[in-house]
Design a binder for this molecule. Structure first.
Ligand SMILES: NC(=O)c1ccc[n+]([C@@H]2O[C@H](COP(=O)([O-])OP(=O)(O)OC[C@H]3O[C@@H](n4cnc5c(N)ncnc54)[C@H](OP(=O)(O)O)[C@@H]3O)[C@@H](O)[C@H]2O)c1
Length: 315
């Protein structure tokens, strides 16, 4: 197994232009998604920039056109709205007849946050990433049922709906298609205190999508009953973490089901975006690098893997 994306071959601009690849990026009006679109388009890929808000999406697309990237087109998609996903599928089918790259980037944090209060804590990135800030943030971050549900609907169920709808077009790709799921280190298994939940997610031979759904519903029940700690869920960004654990597991199941495609998930880094309440030290430009690299990997690259930025890591 290759350990580092820098060591692997990937298709640079000229090669990509030859193939005329078509990509879709969700939640791309800002942050890491916007940068992914910019970098893919700069490499010659025709990119469908999608956003749930029409105006924000059109403005983001105009920004890229003003940079000379005329190979970006906009289409509205709310990943929690199946009608908007269906319209995207019709659009791509009519315009391109196939899809080569899908980047599932849209995300929600699952928390109610006092942003100013959080930033005033000046938590250093190492403490934040390790999860040791959990006690510090109790006064400024709260998991509510509504936020947890929104987070699951976006990060897991939304990604699944978009992927399932686009799979028939991905199967028509003339190159082997790529799916890149934007995950997070919050979803790493070692962060889950419960042995049982951890081992269910880890045991990919027996895990099913039905079981993932049941586990997520159990989590929501525990939010309602205030029993997250008792039942061994993570304490730091719990809904967000579990949504990404589920996403990673789905990535593995999908990669097993479609061995001819290249399907991976990646933690982009701790990035300065709205979703991270502008606490992250990395720029969106740097955060987009590993996802873009995975999208442009040449045939013979890895599949069914989790990357922590450029490096293959344990689930
Ligand atoms: N920033 C980090 O440190 C970090 C670390 C690890 C992983 N990630 C992941 O990176 C991805 C991008 O996040 P970001 O940091 O770039 O945050 P961001 O700038 O806040 O971007 C999030 C994007 O998702 C969109 N979105 C939310 N719900 C949506 C829905 N239902 N349908 C379609 N789009 C929706 C947002 O649209 P609106 O503008 O309309 O809200 C926005 O475009 C997420 O999956 C996140 O979990 C980020």
């Amino acid at each position: 197994m290759p350990l580092n994306l820098y060591d692997l071959n990937f298709n640079k601009g000229v090669c990509v232009l030859m193939f005329g690849r078509i990509a879709v990026v969700t939640g791309a009006n800002k942050g890491i998604g916007f940068e992914i679109v910019r970098q893919l388009a700069a490499a010659g890929v025709v990119v469908v920039l999608t956003a749930r808000d029409e105006q924000r999406g059109v403005e983001a697309t105009s920004k890229l056109h003003n940079l000379g990237l005329s190979n970006v087109v906009f289409h509205q998609v709310d990943v929690t709205n199946i009608n908007s996903i269906t319209l995207l599928v019709h659009f791509i089918k009519a315009k391109f007849g196939r899809l080569d790259i899908l980047i599932n980037n849209a995300g929600a944090s699952g928390m109610e946050v006092d942003e100013e209060g959080l930033r005033a804590l000046h938590i250093d990135p190492a403490t934040w990433i390790s999860g040791k800030a959990v006690n510090l943030v109790q006064g400024v971050m709260k998991t509510t049922y509504e936020k947890a549900e929104e987070c699951f609907n976006t990060n897991y169920y939304g990604t699944k709906s978009v992927t399932e709808a686009l799979l028939p077009l991905l199967k028509l790709s003339t190159t082997s298609s790529r799916i890149v799921n934007i995950s997070s280190l919050r979803g790493e298994l070692w962060r889950i205190p419960s042995d049982q939940i951890r081992s269910e997610f880890a045991n990919i031979e027996s895990l099913t999508e039905e079981r993932i759904h049941e586990i997520l519903q159990n989590f929501l029940q525990d939010v309602k009953q205030n029993t997250l700690i008792k039942n061994g869920w993570p304490l730091m960004l719990p809904a967000y973490g579990i949504s990404k654990t589920a996403l990673n597991a789905y990535t593995r199941l999908l990669a097993r089901k479609y061995p001819k495609m290249y399907i991976n998930c990646v933690h982009p880094g701790y990035v300065n975006t709205d979703l991270a309440w502008h606490t992250g030290p990395m720029s969106p430009e740097d955060g987009a690098k590993a996802p873009v690299r995975l999208a442009l990997l040449s045939d013979d690259g890895p599949t069914g893997c989790y990357f922590e930025q450029m490096k293959v890591a344990s689930f």
